[in-house]
Write a protein that binds this ligand. Structure first.
Ligand code: ZN
Length: 169
């Protein structure tokens, strides 16, 4: 079955990257909505059918916790899991900067991985080699951007390729 094959090897990633991504896919971190969320947002990747919902608890300008829900391919779901883990405890400003770096890593050929410390998030860099999967990797970060912009009192310009929206704030 195609689904089983994907669970074993989502795409032809380097072993180290694949292990990190599969670990988050099989044992997702922070799955489920948070009761203490101060802003919730969702997004959709039409090219693959991936959906992500985020509920973010922001206290005094910091991300106290992020929960995610949704369904879709292994890249979209593991990217969301990795994002929630890496962003928890950060300030809004720091999280937005990190999100920018990850999105550059996925979309910009000239991005210098050594210039920033992305920790386990570096595993997502392997996805950049597979253009059809890049939006899967970007989805959770686009939803995060939408939620954090709302929390900062800004609006995010709509990306019709990966539509996102705030669902409550
Ligand atoms: Zn996908």
């Amino acid at each position: 079955m195609a689904a089983n094959r994907e669970a074993q090897n989502p795409v032809d990633l380097d072993d180290l990257y694949r292990d990190v991504i599969l670990d988050h896919y099989r044992s997702p971190r922070n799955r489920g909505a948070r009761d203490d969320a101060t802003v919730s947002a969702e997004g959709f990747n039409p090219s693959c059918g991936d959906e992500i919902q985020l509920s973010v608890a922001i206290v005094n300008g910091s991300l106290n916790g992020i929960g995610f829900g949704g369904s879709g391919c292994s890249i979209s779901q593991s990217s969301a899991s990795m994002m929630t883990e890496a962003m928890t405890g950060r300030s809004i400003e720091s999280a937005r900067e990190m999100s920018r770096h990850v999105q550059q890593m996925l979309t910009d050929d000239g991005f210098d991985l050594d210039a920033v410390d992305l920790g386990d998030l570096e595993a997502l860099s392997g996805v950049a080699k597979f253009p059809v999967r890049i939006k899967c990797g970007l989805l959770a970060w686009k939803v995060l951007d939408q939620a954090l912009a709302d929390a900062a009192g800004e609006s995010v310009s709509d990306d019709s390729d990966i539509p996102t929206r705030v669902t409550s704030s």
